[in-house]
Design a protein around this ligand. Structure first.
Ligand code: TLP
Length: 353
């Protein structure tokens, strides 16, 4: 068999578990986690809470479930949630914020994903009989739709001061928070110390097959545990999910630097291609987004042409393409991706447009 190699740059969610993770799954000590009796889950939750400098943690099935549970835990139905206009919760979570949590999302525009405290303050309108009660602010770090941009600890602190002034809770969708910490070479607690609660994903660049962790006070996690059960997320021998999570926290974080180097290489290669626009300021971690409107074709057609060349990518909108580096993507794959993009950009019929 000599099939063409596929270079999958759609997402870091496509990563497969390492051999060490598979061994950990096979040998994990298990119990019924709904009874709180899975020792491996308990170990992961303790480790994750410590790593984030908080009291407690809860293993959940996905990032979407973590975000939904936290929305429900931090608020009451009918309240208002301030979030960034391009945030994952607002764009990609099927409207669960309204459909299930019964909340009004209030999107606020940002610069590269970092909300301006003054704009947040403006969104917190004075009490009035016509308005829902604002109760929560959500941040995202790294910011997915802004291209994996990092929200700095100082930027989070500034928002936390607004939240405290007005008595709102502050939540962080930290699906890729370790990418931010590694890129800035700081402890992840520098971000988490400013928020009430947060989540991070095991199943993205940390290479686990399933799972995310919700982190916060003991009281928040107790409430969230019950909500996870309501949403059908109570799991039994979940140690098989937790075991690779422990491996990830112990050994998969430092390597993220390699993904960032490859993303930078990819972005710099793309920047040299005529008629493709890329904002290199946004390439801060493992996500690379670029604009192909100069080619006169839609992003959907562009990615199907890439697919024919063995490169998989996603569209962000009708003109934008997203590529994500991760474990398994090496320097030579990056070079092949750049060459494929270059070859599509120089197709004769596109030149004539
Ligand atoms: N993001 C996925 C897709 O949904 C787009 C990806 O490939 O990037 N928060 C953020 C910031 C995310 O990027 C994602 C997943 C989630 C939450 C949801 O996590 P899952 O997919 O585990 O529900």
């Amino acid at each position: 068999m000599c099939g063409k190699e596929i270079i999958d740059l759609r997402s870091d969610t496509v990563t497969l578990p390492t051999e060490e993770m598979l061994d950990a799954i096979r040998t994990a000590e298990l119990g019924d986690d709904v009874f709180g009796e899975d020792p491996t889950v308990n170990r992961l939750e303790k480790l994750a809470a410590e790593r984030m400098g908080k009291e407690a943690a809860l293993l959940v099935t996905s990032g979407t479930q973590a975000n939904l549970i936290s929305l429900m835990s931090n608020t009451k139905r009918g309240e208002l949630v301030i979030l960034e206009a391009e945030s994952h919760i607002y764009w990609y979570e099927v409207g669960g914020i309204s459909m299930i949590a019964g909340l009004l999302p209030w999107p606020v525009k940002s610069r590269l994903g970092a909300l301006d405290p003054e704009n947040v303050e403006t969104a917190i309108r004075p009490q009035n009989i016509h308005f829902p009660k604002p109760s929560l602010i959500c941040l995202e770090n790294t910011h997915n739709r802004h291209g994996g941009t990092i929200i700095t600890s100082d930027q989070i602190k500034a928002i936390s001061e607004v939240a405290q002034t007005y008595g709102l809770k502050l939540y962080l969708d930290g699906a890729r928070i370790f990418n931010a910490a590694v890129a800035l070479k700081i402890d992840v607690k520098e971000f988490t110390k400013h928020v009430d609660n947060l989540m991070f994903c095991l199943s993205k660049s940390l290479c686990c097959p399933v799972g995310s962790l919700l982190i916060g006070t003991g009281e928040f996690i107790e409430k969230s545990r019950k909500l996870r059960k309501v949403l059908g997320g109570g799991m039994r021998q979940a140690g098989i999910i937790a075991a690779p999570g422990i491996v990830a926290l112990e050994s998969m974080i430092d390597r993220l630097e390699e993904d960032h180097r490859n993303a930078r290489r990819l972005a710099e290669g793309i920047a040299k291609i005529e008629r493709i626009q890329i904002d290199l300021r946004r390439v801060q971690t493992n996500i690379v987004c670029f604009d192909i409107s100069g080619l006169g074709i839609a992003a959907d057609l562009f990615i199907s042409k890439l697919k024919e060349k063995g490169i998989l990518a996603l569209t962000l909108d009708e003109n934008k393409v997203r590529m994500v580096t991760h474990r398994g993507i090496e320097k030579e794959h990056v070079e092949k991706a750049i060459a494929a993009i270059e070859s599509i950009a120089s197709e004769r019929h596109l030149e004539l447009k």
